[in-house]
Write a protein that binds this ligand. Structure first.
Ligand SMILES: [Ca+2]
Ligand SMILES: [Ca+2]
Length: 358
């Protein structure tokens, strides 16, 4: 297989204007193989140099990132032809679902450790900077995010000021002094990190130590909004990540979801719920009323019994009865006119009748 690919990688017309052009060939054993156009003699050494210049192994190949390495920090991973795809949890973005926002700022939690200067450079390369903690809410936010992901210590942006030196009598050094090229010595150069072994409290360490780190960037208005239904679009880290601040009643990554306000089952006593935009209403079964069908309706406050009969309320119907015991001896024949529209009457003894919904 490799010999065949090596051959493919070395043949083909060499067009000066397409030098460096990469053409995907095949995937084999979790490696992607490429054909890369090159100039010069087609020796193994030249092919190797061409591959390495493209950041690949020889012959031109690179490992395939797959879900097997759990790349999606706050999301679900799906393998696909080119590698993998992360579907991020709400509030997380970026290729690996490792970017989130808080109080108008974006935070990227790369999965790697680095010395402080390298970490600072890596953040700058993505248009950000190492996290500057300016208040306790922000420190608490960062601590919570790390605790729920890899739980490792992280570099912040802070470094100690150049160290203070003392004369032998304890007074602070002052005056000019020529330093050797590598002095003041590096160990005096301290950087600040949030310590995973101490509840993510701030601590100093030599800047050369390897720690994970957090990059920060301002959440800026998107050049081109991806948000639907009036969501406000914010972007950070070179527009690599976008967030939608959704209006009430909408959710999803781009506010594409009309949230189901009926999901919590707000209607009582068998009422049926109708979802609307940031709103719902309940249609109540007969005998119940209220915004949530929470009240047993008082029929007698809405109807009047004929002929001076007295109304008695029940859940599903009402009863009309002659007010005096003597009157109950009088036969009374109810008719369709005895009940409101939509109800039918039933004789209940000689001087009473009920009205029930049809
Ligand atoms: Ca809704
Ligand atoms: Ca009732």
């Amino acid at each position: 297989m490799w010999k065949l690919l090596l051959l493919v990688a070395t043949v083909g017309p060499l067009l000066a204007e397409s030098v460096g052009e990469q053409v995907f060939l095949a995937t084999h054993d979790n490696w992607h193989f490429y054909k890369i156009r090159a100039t010069g003699p087609m020796t193994n050494a030249n092919v190797r140099a061409t591959c390495e210049a493209a950041g690949m192994g020889y012959p031109c190949h690179q490992s395939v990132a797959t879900c097997a390495r759990f790349p999606c920090v706050h999301g679900t991973c799906t393998d696909d032809v080119g590698g993998y795809n992360c579907s991020c949890e709400n509030g997380w973005g970026g290729t690996n679902c490792d970017i989130t926002s808080f109080a108008g700022q974006c935070y990227h939690f790369p999965p790697t450790a680095a010395a402080h200067p390298d970490a600072a450079q890596a953040c700058q390369a993505n248009n950000g900077h190492l996290a500057d903690v300016t208040d306790l809410q922000q420190q608490s936010f960062l601590a919570d995010q790390i605790a729920t992901s890899n739980g490792l210590s992280i570099w912040l942006a802070f470094k100690t000021a150049p160290p203070v030196f003392l004369f032998s009598n304890g007074s602070p050094f002052s005056g000019p002094l020529q330093w050797s090229a590598s002095e003041p010595a590096a160990p005096c150069d301290l950087c600040v990190f949030l310590d995973s072994s101490d509840s993510f409290l701030a601590k100093t360490a030599p800047c050369t130590e390897q720690h994970n780190y957090v990059c920060q960037d301002d959440l800026k208005p998107c050049g081109h909004s991806v948000c639907q239904n009036g969501g406000i679009c914010g972007a950070c880290f070179n527009d690599s990540t976008t967030y939608c601040d959704c209006p009430a009643g909408f959710g999803g990554k781009t506010c594409e979801i009309d949230l189901d306000e009926c999901a919590s089952g707000p209607c009582q006593n068998g009422g049926s719920c109708h979802d609307d935009i940031n709103f719902y209403n309940c249609t109540c079964p007969i005998g119940y009323q209220g915004n949530h069908c929470e009240s047993d309706m008082d029929w007698c406050s809405q109807v009047q019994c004929p002929h001076g009969f007295v109304c008695q309320d029940f859940t599903l119907y009402f009863l009309c009865a002659h007010p005096s015991a003597a009157g109950r001896g009088l036969p009374y024949q109810c008719s369709s006119a005895s009940c409101p529209d939509g109800m039918y009457c039933t004789q209940e003894g000689v001087a009473a009748f009920s009205c029930k919904p049809e």
